[in-house]
Design a protein around this ligand. Structure first.
Ligand SMILES: Nc1ncnc2c1ncn2[C@@H]1O[C@H](COP(=O)(O)OP(=O)(O)OP(=O)(O)O)[C@@H](O)[C@H]1O
Ligand SMILES: [Mg+2]
Length: 455
């Protein structure tokens, strides 16, 4: 990619150079044409004025001198021949009859006395009849006029160089810009993708393109975001796979060992009441079935990372009230209270996921509380670290021992008498993170627990 970009910029530079050269050539050619045209005009003036000095079939010497003098001032050396080829007058004669002051003046802008190059002759006509030939050649000019012409030509060259430099600078600037915007992020993405392809999921988040201050969300940045998201999903998949495999192995071992022990006992005939053994086996098999169902649940929660659903603006108060309404009957039946307290606010979130999260927290609060009740609070927060909203589910239940607090979010961690699978909070944590929040727990012995979600 870099090579291609480089070649493209070299091409741009060459194109700029080429167009500049063409441009400069055109301007200089026009200028030279203009000078040539002016010179031709001057020759015609001189010819007309020489022709004007032919009167009554003879040359008027005074007028002729004046005409050649004119020619001299316009920068030409001339001499005149009549139609027989006899020389009538020349610039040299005019020069020799000139006053010293005038000659001085002439010398200041012409390199006298002779012109340069071959003479060119032009036929002279008066009344439709040829009367002679005017021979003419330019005299080298000194002073300002040729200098100005030279300056103009030099300017043309300078213009060429300057515009070439501008084109180069521009191309270079663009090259740097393109590299920052496109090439570098793509190269980073490529490297990260190659790493993943090799099975290394430890890729760091690939930063988006530079010049972030422009707040310009282009395709490259979006591609980077999608890539980071995909890499994160793959990393989670991988972690989940490893985690689940070891969890499952661990969780299956106990019931299977018990089943096997009971079967062995029946086989060996050491058991007095086979019904008890069968009962044991049945309850262990049930544990295994529950475990498998739990695995399905957690896999679904993990999979939701890939299907976040859509963000919606919801009325948080109504949303929570509806969920609470669904659990009220059970809670009241157990003799507990349930209170809700929070402002009417609209928040942007993934309602489906938030529903599952709250349902799990409420179920736990209900399950582990025998006296008192449950309070759900919510609101907005605005800290130095950011702004958002929070929801708390607090109960007056049996509370969680200090040393257990760190484990409650682990998969399969549960209280001996919970009767569940120990997966509810693992799912809560998983889903909360998926939708961009975090969950924390506080618990005071004999007073209850408080789970707080912040988004
Ligand atoms: N509100 C609570 N008060 C006291 N202990 C709790 C509370 N919530 C969770 N715990 C403890 O954390 C453990 C894990 O909870 P989690 O919701 O993950 O599993 P569970 O409720 O036992 O089973 P499941 O939710 O899978 O049916 C519980 O068994 C319990 O010991
Ligand atoms: Mg639970």
């Amino acid at each position: 990619m870099r090579t291609k970009l480089f070649i493209a910029f070299i091409l741009i530079i060459f194109l700029a150079l080429f167009s500049n050269i063409v441009f400069e050539r055109l301007i200089i050619r026009d200028f030279n044409d203009f000078l040539k045209g002016t010179k031709e005009d001057h020759i015609y003036w001189i010819m007309a004025s020489v022709e004007g000095s032919f009167k009554n079939n003879e040359w008027d010497r005074a007028l002729l001198n004046e005409a050649l003098h004119w020619g001299l001032m316009l920068g030409f050396e001339t001499y005149l021949e009549d139609k027989t080829g006899k020389k009538i007058v020349s610039t040299h004669e005019v020069l020799s009859s000139m006053s010293p002051g005038m000659l001085n003046r002439m010398n200041s802008f012409l390199k006298l006395p002779s012109g340069i190059g071959e003479f060119t002759w032009y036929p002279l006509y008066v009344g439709g009849e040829e009367v002679g030939k005017l021979h003419i050649r330019p005299i080298e000019r000194l002073g300002l006029v040729p200098l100005k012409e030279e300056i103009f030509r030099r300017r043309g060259k300078e213009f060429l160089i300057i515009s070439f430099l501008i084109a180069c600078g521009g191309a270079l600037f663009l090259a740097v810009l393109f590299t920052a915007f496109i090439s570098t992020p793509i190269r980073r993405l490529t490297r990260a993708a190659e790493k993943i392809a090799r099975g290394d999921f430890s890729v760091q988040k690939t930063p988006p393109g530079r010049l972030k201050f422009l707040k310009y969300r282009d395709e490259i940045n979006r591609l980077t975001d999608s890539f980071n998201y995909m890499a994160e999903a793959l990393r989670r998949e991988e972690a989940l796979r490893k985690h689940l495999t070891s969890n499952i192995a661990h969780e299956l071992r106990t019931p299977l060992t018990i089943v096997k022990g009971n079967l062995d006992a029946i086989e060996d005939g050491v058991i007095s009441d086979p019904n008890t053994a069968i009962q044991n086996i049945r309850s262990e098999v049930q544990r295994i079935i529950t475990l498998v169902e739990g695995i399905e649940d957690i896999t679904r929660a993990e999979a939701s990372f890939f299907k976040k659903g859509t963000v919606e603006g919801i009325e948080l108060k109504e949303f929570i009230d509806t969920i609470v309404q669904g659990t009220k009957e059970l809670i009241y039946d157990k003799g507990l209270y349930i209170k809700t307290d929070g402002p009417a606010i609209t928040v942007n979130t993934y309602p489906e996921k938030l529903h599952i999260i709250l349902k799990n927290l409420l179920t736990n609060a209900y399950k582990f509380t025998d006296e008192g009740g449950i309070t759900v609070t919510w609101g907005k927060y605005n800290h130095d670290s950011g702004a958002g909203f929070f929801i708390s589910v607090e109960d007056t239940g049996k509370s969680i021992a200090k040393e257990e607090i760190a484990k409650v979010f682990d998969r399969f961690y549960k209280d001996a008498d919970s009767g569940g699978k120990g997966l509810g909070l693992a799912i809560v944590k998983e889903l909360t993170e998926v939708i961009g929040g975090k969950v924390e727990v506080e618990s005071t012995p004999n007073q209850g627990s408080k789970f707080t979600l912040t988004f």
